[in-house]
Design a binder for this molecule. Structure first.
Ligand code: NAI
Ligand code: MG
Length: 355
């Protein structure tokens, strides 16, 4: 099987880590029967300054018509709002209907406690439909602003179903002998339906129904109100396996969870739709360290593996994760964000050798 992968480095350290993502895919053993073709694509602030568009139409067209998946680095946003500029990754999620944002958070020697969870965030609706308006208060006390929070049965059902599938897949990998801190598959539904009984109430109810399907009979389902979820997530992160949340809560929880494992440079994500996935490290363009060759490539390498998981290449992904974990376990070649002195290049070389 040949997979055609779009490479979108973007800005800053995106340019340093995306080539590493390409190299780990090229380094997969030939015995897997997997080949790759790469297409270089543009997006980001530099592209905006050169072409007037942060996300050129060509990038979207090529992804849609030619590619099976993509790797996206990071983009810088202007410090003061610039006319015509808007985030390319947000636009890509919309244009390609990438309805799920999946973020595995795993510690390997990098946190005080063992952590191994995945946050599955709905990516298309909730407050992020951006239907806002501002008006003058009728009693003359100043302005009032409001925003629509939209929750649909369709989006809630498909995101919960994806969370269930991910829980089953993780269980299968455990049964295949991978060591794990979890005994069985668990999905935790996050919401605030005690206050928002209609919107979050619909999310909660729909997610529960989706996860009650017969094929999820082995998956334990729990629910947790989002504020106490933050508390528990920080105190007992080891308890969580798969967490499913509406867009806003998922955004906040996933950044919070990333803080638990020691460095942004470790945490991958994937934007997933029907038959398409974009791997994307969680970090930004890190202007403070760009050009020094010291960015941690692991978030991107894990994002490449995660992309392959969603393209049904689980075997290849497992090999990549194992090589990365082995590098961290040995702890000899670590980048500066993890307290080491290794350059990006040395970390990549060590992981490729293990692969
Ligand atoms: P950032 O994630 O770029 O950096 C935060 C801190 O983490 C910095 O000290 C940085 O050096 C460090 N860091 C990040 N990735 C690292 C890696 N791979 N290895 C070692 N250290 C790493 O976030 P910041 O500084 O808030 O934003 C910088 C720019 O990136 C801004 O223009 C922001 O808008 C953009 N950004 C883009 C994102 C995206 O493309 N998805 C996400 C977050 C920020
Ligand atoms: Mg975020």
């Amino acid at each position: 099987r040949t997979l055609r992968i779009g490479l979108i480095p973007g800005d800053g350290i995106g340019k340093e880590v995306i080539p590493a993502g390409r190299r780990i895919l090229e380094a997969l053993p030939a015995s897997l029967g997997l080949k790759f073709e790469f297409v270089d694509l543009k997006a980001g602030f530099e592209t905006f300054e050169q072409t007037g568009a942060a996300l050129p139409d060509k990038t979207v067209e090529v992804l849609k018509s030619e590619c099976d998946g993509a790797l996206f680095g990071a983009v810088s946003s202007p410090t003061t709002p610039r006319k015509g500029y808007s985030s390319p990754i947000v636009a890509l999620r919309k244009k390609l209907d990438l309805y799920a944002n999946v973020r595995p958070v795993k510690s390997v020697m990098t946190a005080a406690k063992p952590i191994d969870m995945v946050i599955v965030r709905e990516n298309t609706e909730d407050l992020y439909v951006k239907e806002e308006r501002t008006y003058d208060a009728p009693d003359g006390t100043g302005k009032v602003a409001e925003a629509i929070k939209r929750i649909s049965q369709r989006a809630s059902s498909r995101i919960a179903t994806m969370a269930g599938e991910i829980a089953l897949r993780r269980q299968k990998i455990r049964e295949g002998g991978a060591s794990s801190i979890h005994k069985g598959p668990l999905v935790t539904i996050t919401h605030k339906s005690n206050v928002l009984s209609q919107t979050d109430g619909l999310f909660r109810q729909t997610a529960k129904e989706a996860l009650a399907a017969a094929r999820f009979s082995s998956v334990a389902v729990e629910e947790q109100i989002v504020d106490s979820m933050v508390y528990k997530l920080f105190r007992q992160p080891e308890d969580y396996d798969v967490i499913v949340a509406p867009n806003l809560y998922g955004d906040i929880l996933s950044d919070g969870a990333a803080a638990l494992v020691g460095s942004l440079g470790l945490v991958p994500s994937a934007n997933v739709g029907e038959g398409f996935a974009i791997g994307e490290p969680c970090h930004g363009s890190a202007p403070d360290i760009m050009g020094q060759g010291i960015a941690n490539p692991i978030a991107t390498l894990r994002s490449a593996a995660l992309m392959l998981e969603f393209l049904n290449e689980e075997k290849a992904a497992a090999l990549m994760y194992a090589a990365i974990d082995a590098n961290l376990e040995e702890g000899r070649l670590l980048s500066p964000d993890l307290g080491g002195t290794a350059k990006t290049e040395e970390v990549v070389a060590d992981i490729l050798r293990r692969l």
